[in-house]
Design a protein around this ligand. Structure first.
Ligand code: PMP
Length: 351
């Protein structure tokens, strides 16, 4: 029994997965009469490949991994939910996450009736220590969700502390790297051979510009990936997602160029915002957004809405008093934002 097998819920270990028509026959045939599809030739009349073989092969090549180390699903959100269902016994196990962070970890825990323990980041730099998480853990802590670069704070988490956690936490550590392409830092995916209890999440929704197709990836030990495949819906990725993802991944150069432009704009936007009297602080960012503390987040949010600009109001989140999360747009959009904030400020001052 591997370390991963010992951590899986016993019902998952015991269960026999559903076997679809395309699981049972995946070769080429003259006539397909096995899946109760409509026999007339129409686009999308056939079920997609449930194993996503071509896509996983391609991602494996790009990432320097083996396809057995890759799970592909309906956004990273599917992987988050599947990991909780694989490792956490509802009503008795718990998971840990940093706060503030991506809200879906807590929501997916709630849906699965799993306690979510939130460990506050350091207010001074929004970073964490392995100790602080381990102190909040107990024998029923099965999963830790880290997010690096973190949403909504924008910073990378300290790699040394992540590794320290991997060395010491006996459950599964998940590092969500949705925004990694915007950071000048290596992926934790290079650690999965050494740490079998590490799962790394990435997505096509951010830098790759394909949020609409819903394609998320998990990189991990083949035993963990096989368990994820075992409980996913058979056809969790539809035919158009598979097709578009393959095409999009051929355009890595375009992605890299756009990321460079977005990062340059991130710096310009931060500089522009820092000049505004309503802005208290622009936090450093390794992502495609800026966390910005203003004098009155609700008032600025409303003022921007009146100008037709929507940002994310993060006021009320831990450590995010009067903070807005602002996605970096194209130069014209960023100019409009700065103008609108300047105008909103002068309105507020004149009131
Ligand atoms: N992780 C983080 C940190 C995110 O911010 C988001 C989306 N906001 C996701 C995952 C979800 O990504 P996907 O579109 O792949 O479900």
């Amino acid at each position: 029994m591997t370390e991963i097998t010992a951590l899986l819920r016993p019902n998952v270990l015991r269960m026999k997965p559903y076997s679809s028509a395309r699981d049972e026959f995946s070769g080429m045939a003259l006539v397909y009469l096995d899946a109760n599809e409509n026999p007339y030739p129409m686009e999308f009349s056939r079920y997609p490949d449930p194993s996503h073989t071509a896509l996983r092969d391609k991602i494996a090549l790009m990432k320097g991994l083996h396809p057995s180390q890759i799970f592909t699903g309906n956004g990273s959100d599917e992987a988050i939910d599947i990991l909780i269902r694989l490792f956490c016994e509802p009503g008795c196990d718990n998971l840990l996450t940093i706060a503030p962070s991506y809200g879906m970890y807590a929501v997916a825990a709630d849906v699965n009736n799993v306690e979510c323990r939130r460990v506050m980041l350091r207010p001074s730099d929004f970073d964490f220590t392995a100790d602080s998480l381990l102190m909040a853990a107990d024998g029923r802590s099965k999963l830790i969700f880290l997010c690096s670069p973190n949403n909504p704070t924008g910073n990378m988490l300290c790699r040394t502390e992540i590794v320290s956690l991997l060395d010491r936490f006996e459950g599964i550590t998940v590092v969500d790297e949705a925004y990694l392409d915007f950071a000048a830092a290596p992926s934790c995916a290079e650690l999965i051979d050494k740490y079998p209890r590490l799962v790394v999440l990435q997505t096509l929704s951010k830098a790759w510009g394909a949020a609409g197709i819903r394609l998320g990836m998990a990189f991990a030990n083949p035993v963990a990936i096989a368990a994820m495949q075992k409980i996913k819906y058979s056809y969790n990725l539809n035919s158009s997602t598979l097709e578009i993802a393959l095409e999009r991944l051929d355009r890595e150069e375009d992605m890299r160029r756009q990321v460079e432009e977005i990062c340059a704009e991130r710096a310009r936007l931060a500089e522009g915002l820092e000049q505004l009297p309503t802005v208290v602080k622009v936090y450093p960012s390794d992502a495609n957004f800026l966390l910005v503390k203003v004098r009155d987040a609700n008032a600025t949010y409303e003022a921007l809405l009146r100008e037709g600009i929507v940002v994310r109001n993060r006021h009320g989140l831990d450590l995010c008093d009067n903070c807005l999360r602002i996605t970096v747009g194209v130069p014209r959009e960023n100019d409009l934002l700065i103008d609108a904030m300047r105008k909103g400020t002068s309105n507020t001052i004149s009131v």
